[in-house]
Design a protein around this ligand. Sequence first.
Ligand code: ADP
Ligand code: ADP
Length: 229
Amino acid sequence: ESILVAKNLSKTYQMGEVTVSALRDVNFEIYDGEFVVVLGPSGSGKSTMLNMIGGMDQASEGEIYFRGKALHNATDKTLTQFRRNAIGFVFQFYNLIPNLTAYENVKLSVELSKDPLDIEMVLNEVELLDRSDHFPSQLSGGQQQRVAIARAIAKNPDILLCDEPTGALDFSTGLSVLNLLKKFNKTYKKTVVIITHNAGIGKIGDRVFYIKDGQIEKVVVNDKPLAPE
Ligand code: ADP
Ligand code: ADP
């Protein structure tokens, strides 16, 4: 069953006299429970695509549906609800709130959610329950990203959207973060979409969307996606 469908999706930015075409007539379908890696070089349109999927920005043309509901002509209020309940975001630089502890960072994110998970359970799942009272500055990069993943998962979202989630981490710390995302995908049977320029990450996806110059060049199915380690 598909969770996201995009039809002839385009996004242009007007910069004075110059029109930048960030996404050009893109079509895709993402299935419920899939692990999708969107792979492409810098400037290829990955963030733009993520912004369309996550309801952060509106397409210039085309259609995008979440479980059959149109996002392309949704009101701001509907999009806010959608982001709050359906999407968990994970960023390259964690985006934790520095003056809140790990626990408080997670708590803040679930406060407005409809059906959140238990905060301590989720912190335990990312193996940071003993660090609940620590502030981001007291945690390593890998630990901060695990708090950020806990924050995203605790909302109990339908889709986890990850923007270069290992981009600021060394290789082995990155692997542990990818393992967590994979675990979330498998144990909760939730959809994960990662955007990255790192071809190595493609191997762990069920499918890889290769994006170039604002278009999906090809889609590769991994019959046996590799485990991150
Ligand atoms: P990626 O995430 O793959 O690096 P982006 O989606 O950020 O690619 O960018 C795709 C293209 O759209 C690039 O040419 C970029 O410069 C342009 N672009 C992205 N965001 C904006 C914006 N807010 N204003 C103008 N151009 C933008
Ligand atoms: P990781 O592989 O998870 O990134 P590191 O090797 O960077 O871990 O860190 C090792 C240990 O040092 C961790 O337990 C972490 O909590 C601790 N640590 C790292 N940076 C800080 C800091 N600024 N203040 C306190 N503890 C820290």
